[in-house]
Design a protein around this ligand. Structure first.
Ligand code: ADP
Length: 402
């Protein structure tokens, strides 16, 4: 197989990428504002020319038709769909009616994402009826978590009858980064590692011998770290407090926690870490505090997740913030001296954007920066499924969602 088309469908947007294996080249596109008069496709051609096509009121299928018609001679051999929630499925799967049902049944757990993914699957099926299509789930990597890591301390029937448990997300990234990082460290898929995926959404993961044993996100991607606009952990009684004192209903509270909190909420300025670092340098105290809370909570999460590991070999930073900000890496590790982390200030500061490298001073747990490659991983998993390298592996928990 040479060309894999990666589709990441949101409710009003589609990110797509065609990975041309033989040429070792990727074509990217973004369709946004779908279903509105402002709908458009942005991208870059093979000749590196920017593309900006207006497609007023186009839906997902029309956007894919227009976007993919531009690929001319580069037809895909298979399609990989990034799917946020796969319930208790443990690996990527060829998309069949049964798998579509699992994605649909997991909709209450990812109400914004899974319906959009189903629209994308339907559209690509109509456009490419003969191509194999594969679902690659953000949740699948974390299905190796033990029950003591994935169960909440709430009444049992909420788990057995309503699937209330921790699932975890960003699995594609944590899987790729931990594999690549342990390979760089000379112990491929061996030992105990922590990953910190820090982007607009952020999460941590503990990995033992290549398998996720705990992660910071839970039932939904709201749990855990401070993120761009998401609060991460709050006292669940905050809901009751806001209802009783401000008269807020659950939808308003949910919106506040998902889209008005995190770095944006703390700083009252921006959800973007670069903007906050610049503002902090210019003396903005709210931006300074937002950064401090972000780093402290991240360190706290890493410390907590280390309990899932029999031994700690090291830590991998990834995502836009993890890959690019020496400042955030240094500040976070400043809260973890008792773990023996020994950052090389020079190596940390000198690491070039987009490159992988080791940044510890040679003692204590290793510290690496490993740029994530979710697209590459989705393409690889798609190929594995199509080539039959993965066999369908079901666990007894499948009965909970499937
Ligand atoms: P997404 O989760 O949407 O994929 P990214 O992984 O691209 O997001 O991460 C976006 C975040 O990375 C933003 O907060 C951005 O400010 C931050 N970022 C990118 N470059 C830097 C940098 N040099 N220093 C600090 N933060 C950065």
């Amino acid at each position: 197989m040479s060309n894999v088309l990666i589709i990441n469908c949101g409710s009003s947007s589609i990110k797509f990428a065609l990975l041309l294996k033989e040429q070792n080249f990727r074509i990217h596109g973004l369709a946004e504002n779908l279903g509105t008069p402002e709908a458009r496709i942005k991208g870059v051609t093979l000749g590196n020319q920017p593309v900006d096509i207006k497609i007023p009121n186009a839906d997902h299928k029309e956007a894919l038709e227009v976007g993919l018609s531009r690929l001319a001679n580069h037809k895909p051999d298979a399609i990989g769909h990034r799917i946020v929630h796969g319930g208790t499925l443990t690996q990527a799967e060829l998309i069949t009616d049964e798998i579509v049902d699992v994605i649909r049944q997991a909709t209450p757990l990812a109400p914004l994402h899974n319906p959009a993914h189903l629209v994308g699957i339907e559209a690509t099926k109509r456009l490419f009826p003969d191509l194999p299509q594969v679902a690659v789930f953000d949740t699948a990597f974390h299905q190796t978590m033990p029950a003591h890591a994935y169960r909440y301390a709430v009444p049992k029937f909420l788990y057995t009858e309503h699937n209330v448990r921790r699932y975890g997300f960003h699995g594609t990234s944590h899987a790729y980064v931990s594999e690549r990082g342990s390979e760089l460290a000379g112990s491929f898929k061996q030992g105990g590692w922590l990953t910190a995926h820090l982007g607009n959404g952020s999460s941590t993961c503990a990995i033992w011998n290549g398998e996720s044993v705990d992660t910071s996100m839970g039932l939904t991607p709201l749990e855990g770290l401070v993120m761009g606009t998401r609060s991460g952990d709050v006292d669940p009684s905050l809901h009751r407090f806001l209802e009783a004192n401000l008269g807020w209903d659950i939808y308003k509270i949910d919106k506040m926690l998902n889209s008005q909190s995190g770095l944006l909420g703390l700083s009252n300025l921006s959800n973007d870490m670069r903007t906050l670092i610049e503002a902090s340098e210019q003396g903005n105290e709210d931006a300074t505090l937002a950064i401090e809370v972000f780093c402290y909570r991240l360190a706290k999460s890493l410390a907590a997740l280390s309990c899932g590991l029999p031994r700690l070999d090291g830590l991998f930073f990834t995502g836009g913030i993890g890959e690019n900000s020496a400042y955030i890496r240094e500040k976070t590790l400043g809260y973890l001296p008792h773990f023996g982390f020994n950052l090389s200030i020079d190596a940390n500061n000198n690491l070039k954007r987009g490159t992988e490298g080791r940044i510890d001073a040679g003692t204590g747990p290793q510290i690496w920066v490993v740029p994530t490659d979710e697209e590459g991983r989705i393409a690889q998993e798609t190929e594995n499924v199509v080539n039959g390298i993965y066999t369908t592996k079901k666990t007894e928990q499948d009965a909970v969602v499937a």
